[in-house]
Write a protein of this length. Structure first.
Length: 189
């Protein structure tokens, strides 16, 4: 499968990120990513991409002992370089006719991320069937470091719209004047 385009958008009604991937062959895969899944997946993808970018540097193995600031500068530089080369202006092609995973997006429960020796990153997305169903759906793709950075950029934009990165704030209880000499605690449920 050769990836042609990717799209990631936050759908507020579902409180999920919808990832759509269309291929050169005219197929579209649709995936739902939840906040819980992204909380675990994002650090893994970030680490794998950083490690891969450092391996691509001309200095190669000599970077293993480099200080973290230098490593971060090099990876940030490479990420920016890939983003400048990427095409985020072309609208996502909506007219896909074949949906190998079906009309309903795959609700991703597990992701296996495996860096391959040949260079790409293999991602396996799995959905577990609920209730008494034994049927599970899954989807596997291999992405170059450029595509991985592009996907992470799209996911980053979707998460910014979702507000998932914002810390939870405690609700503010209205002030109630205590009765004379009595301080009553207030509890919210």
């Amino acid at each position: 499968m050769q990836i042609h385009q990717m799209s990631a958008s936050y759908v507020a009604e579902q409180d999920r990120v919808l990832v759509r991937i269309n291929t050169v062959e005219g197929e579209e895969m649709r995936l739902w990513l939840t906040r819980r899944l992204m909380a675990g997946l994002w650090p893994v993808l970030t680490r794998l991409l950083t490690e891969h970018l450092l391996k691509l540097e001309a200095a190669g193995s000599s970077l293993a002992g480099a200080n973290p600031e230098l490593k971060q500068m090099l990876t940030d530089f490479r990420k920016e370089e890939f983003l400048q080369q990427a095409d985020f202006d072309t609208p996502y092609k909506e007219s896909q006719v074949r949906l190998p995973l079906g009309e309903e997006p795959l609700l991703v429960m597990d992701v296996e991320a495996t860096p391959l020796a040949s260079g790409p990153l293999r991602l396996n997305f799995h959905e577990r069937a609920g209730g008494g169903e034994t049927r599970t759906r899954s989807f596997q793709m291999e992405m170059s470091v450029q595509l991985t950075q592009g996907l992470m950029h799209l996911l980053d934009q979707a998460m910014a719209k979702s507000g998932w990165r914002e810390p939870f704030a405690a609700p503010v209880a209205p002030e109630v004047a205590p009765e004379a000499g009595e301080a009553r605690p207030r509890y919210l449920n």
